[in-house]
Every structure is written in structure tokens, then in C-alpha cells.
Design a protein around this ligand. Structure first.
Ligand SMILES: COc1cc(O)cc(C/C=C(\C)CC/C=C(\C)CC/C=C(\C)CC/C=C(\C)CC/C=C(\C)CC/C=C(\C)CC/C=C(\C)CC/C=C(\C)CC/C=C(\C)CCC=C(C)C)c1O
Ligand SMILES: C[S@@+](CC[C@H](N)C(=O)[O-])C[C@H]1O[C@@H](n2cnc3c(N)ncnc32)[C@H](O)[C@@H]1O
Length: 327
């Protein structure tokens, strides 16, 4: 137990230190010693290191978070309807498949990062409730001589209907969480669900806390994917599972051609017509093309310390589910 904790501490302070260096000492070196060759070299390294992409645009790492925030702030209200329109409902099947792969047991503690409007969380609650009901019915049938009150009590205990399972939805965007909370209210989800504002790169949770970590269509938007993966590893219990549903690389040339046409010619148009927002949907299709391939992403997950890493392509690789374990 001591080793992973000290490793996590080391990672945590290592990252903090690198931020302090980037955010505080390097700019000071620039201003105090403009002619200093060490300062100049460090600064040129810093400038190279802090460039990233926002879709096909090159931006600084500091800028990217704000731009991603604006995108999801802008799409939040139309997010669900846009997904159904763009995919003709196919995104629902992909999300169901993620849950079937997870196959949570009663009592599972799930952290859904970049959980947005709650699609994964609601599926999780429905799934565990379904599983729990099946188990409860089996138990009731097996027990002889139960009174009607005892049977009714079992059915009415709402907390117990989840068998102790809980899901925490963590997202960086207030607007997405707001829509998620409204949906939860409208659909009558009362227990086993919490909404937390937080960054995938610096999760506001203790080490070794969750059985499962999910991230669906979220990791592509994160500035430091490696950091988010390390955080996923930190917050999972030993034996815990990482599951990521994300756009990936299409493995069929004909589908790939049609998909490209559809992505660049249709999706931004749908974005403009339905949500009055061409730019956000252009960012969506561009960011998909910037995301690493199935194999590259698998390696990144392994580099974060996960084991038994596998992936499954869905719809010819339009999306893939990556899975890994903290062992
Ligand atoms: C800002 O960031 C975001 C915002 C968000 O709202 C969401 C996300 C995260 C994303 C999701 C949660 C999932 C959202 C889903 C998608 C982005 C769509 C994924 C795409 C598909 C499932 C369809 C894949 C398409 C193909 C394999 C190619 C087949 C395409 C065709 C037959 C149409 C080809 C199109 C042309 C040649 C262009 C000209 C056509 C027209 C003008 C007619 C328009 C046609 C339609 C509207 C029909 C749409 C057809 C389909 C959806 C095809 C379905 C069939 C199959 C999968 C085989 C986020 O980060
Ligand atoms: C495409 S949505 C996915 C929402 C949901 N998981 C789903 O499958 O429908 C991407 C989400 O990632 C969130 N996000 C982007 N960067 C993030 C970060 N650094 N930390 C946490 N969430 C982030 C956005 O706010 C947005 O809600």
C-alpha cells in the first residue's frame, strides 16, 4: 500500500513542480535575464512544449482549456438533440455497449469523468437497478413463509434498489452539469448520483476510491491526456477498471471515405441548422482527426500504469472502447 501512495504523491508534487516552473520561474528568467543563454534555451523549450491543438488550429496549452470550455458552454442546451441527429441515435447503442462491457455489480462505485449531461450515469443506475431487481426477485422466490409486509418493504426501499451502487459525474463545465441535473430531476433519479465540478487532469478525489472509471467522448478534449490517465489510475482502487469510449480510426476504406464526407460536409451544417453553432461542430470533427489511433491510445493507457489493456472497435472503428485494469 505504501508504495503506490508515495508514487501518487511523487506524481502529484512532480506535476505541481513542473507547473510552478512553467508558470512562475520560466517567465521570471525571461524578464530578469533576457540575454541569459540558459533562460533563452529553457524558454524556447517551453514555447515548443506548450503548443497543442484545438481541432486543426495550433494554440498554446493555456488557451486550449478555455476554448474547450466555450465549446461545451455553447452546445450544452442542444447537446442531446444534436447527438441523436448526428448519429441517428447510434451514440445510444455505443453507450449501452459500454455499460454491457462494464457489467457493474451491486455496490459498484463509479466515477464518470467528463460525464456532461449524464448519459453514462443514467445508464449505470438503470443497469444496477435492473441487476438488483433480478437478484431480489430470485431471493424472494427462494424464501418461504415471507409476510406480505416483508415483501412490500423490500420493494419500497429506494436506497436499497441500487444495492449500494453510486455514480459520481465529474465535469469541468457548469452548463453541461446543469443540464445533467435537470435531466436527473425530470427522470426521477434521487439516490446514488452526485454531480461534481472538476478537471480530469486534477481530480478532486482521494486515491483508491472507485471500482470503475469511465470517460465517454471526453478525453479527446483534455489538454494533457497523459495526466488525465494518471489521475484515472490514482483514483481507482487496486483491481479497479478504466473504460474509455472515444472516437477512433476507421478501419474500412469505403466507410472511411463516406464517414469523412459525412463528417466535414454534413455535421457542421447540422450544427448550424439545429444549434446555430457551426464552429463547435467543426471543432468536433477536427478534434476526432487529431486523436491518437487505437494502438497509440492503448500504449498511452499502459504508460499510465494500467494492465491488461485491450480495445474493441465499434461501427468499423468510428469509435472504440478501451479497457484497462489497475492491478
Ligand atoms: C462539440 O463537441 C461535441 C458535441 C456533441 O454534440 C457531441 C460530441 C460527442 C459525440 C457524441 C456523443 C456522438 C455524436 C455522433 C457523431 C458525431 C456522429 C457519428 C457518425 C455516425 C454514427 C455516422 C457515420 C457515418 C458513416 C459511416 C458514413 C455513412 C454516411 C452516409 C450514408 C451519409 C454520407 C454523406 C454524404 C456523402 C454527404 C452528403 C449527404 C447529405 C447532405 C445527406 C445528409 C444525410 C444524413 C443527415 C444522414 C445521416 C446518416 C447517418 C448518420 C449514417 C448512419 C449509418 C451508418 C452508421 C452506417 C462532441 O464532442
Ligand atoms: C462530448 S461531451 C461527453 C459527455 C458525456 N460523457 C457523453 O458521453 O455524452 C465532453 C465533455 O467533456 C467535458 N470536458 C472537457 N474537458 C474536460 C476536463 N479537462 N475535465 C473534465 N471534463 C472535461 C466537457 O465539459 C463535456 O461535458
Amino acid at each position: 500500500m505504501a508504495a503506490p501512495r508515495s508514487c501518487a504523491l511523487w506524481d502529484y508534487y512532480g506535476r505541481r513542480w513542473s507547473r510552478v516552473m512553467r508558470g512562475c520561474w520560466l517567465p521570471r528568467l525571461r524578464s530578469s535575464w533576457p540575454g541569459n543563454p540558459l533562460g533563452a534555451r529553457l524558454l524556447s523549450q517551453q514555447n515548443q512544449a506548450t503548443k497543442t491543438h484545438f481541432g486543426f488550429e495550433t494554440v498554446s496549452e493555456e488557451e486550449k482549456g478555455g476554448k474547450v470550455y466555450q465549446v461545451f458552454e455553447s452546445v450544452a442546451k442542444n447537446y442531446d438533440v444534436m447527438n441523436d441527429m448526428m448519429s441517428l441515435g447510434i451514440h445510444r447503442i455505443w453507450k449501452d455497449l459500454l455499460l454491457w462491457k462494464m457489467h457493474p455489480f451491486p455496490g459498484t462505485q463509479l466515477l464518470d469523468v467528463a460525464g456532461g449531461t449524464g448519459d453514462i450515469a443514467f445508464r449505470f443506475l438503470n443497469y444496477v437497478q435492473g441487476q438488483h431487481q433480478i437478484k431480489q426477485k430470485r431471493q424472494l422466490r427462494a424464501q418461504q413463509n415471507l409476510s406480505w409486509e416483508e415483501i412490500a418493504q423490500k420493494y419500497q426501499n429506494e436506497e436499497d434498489s441500487l444495492g449500494g451502487s453510486q455514480v459520481m459525474v465529474c465535469d469541468i463545465n457548469k452548463e453541461m452539469l446543469k443540464i445533467g441535473r435537470q435531466k436527473a430531476c425530470a427522470r426521477g433519479y434521487k439516490t446514488g448520483l452526485a454531480w461534481i465540478l472538476g478537471d480530469a487532469e486534477e481530480l478532486p478525489f482521494d486515491d483508491d476510491k472507485f471500482d470503475v472509471y469511465t470517460i465517454a467522448f471526453g478525453i479527446r478534449n483534455v489538454t494533457h491526456i497523459d495526466q488525465a490517465l494518471q489521475e484515472a489510475h490514482r483514483v481507482l482502487k487496486p483491481g479497479g477498471r478504466f473504460l474509455c469510449l472515444e472516437f477512433s480510426q476507421v478501419n474500412n476504406p469505403l466507410v472511411s471515405r463516406l464517414y469523412d464526407l459525412y463528417s466535414f460536409q454534413v455535421i457542421p451544417v447540422l450544427g448550424e441548422v439545429i444549434a446555430g453553432d457551426w464552429k463547435s461542430y467543426q471543432y468536433l470533427v477536427e478534434s476526432i482527426r487529431q486523436f491518437p489511433s487505437q494502438e497509440e491510445f492503448k500504449e498511452m493507457i499502459e504508460d499510465a500504469g494500467f494492465q491488461k489493456v485491450t480495445y474493441e472497435n465499434l461501427t468499423s472503428g468510428i469509435v472504440a472502447i478501451h479497457s484497462g485494469f489497475k492491478l
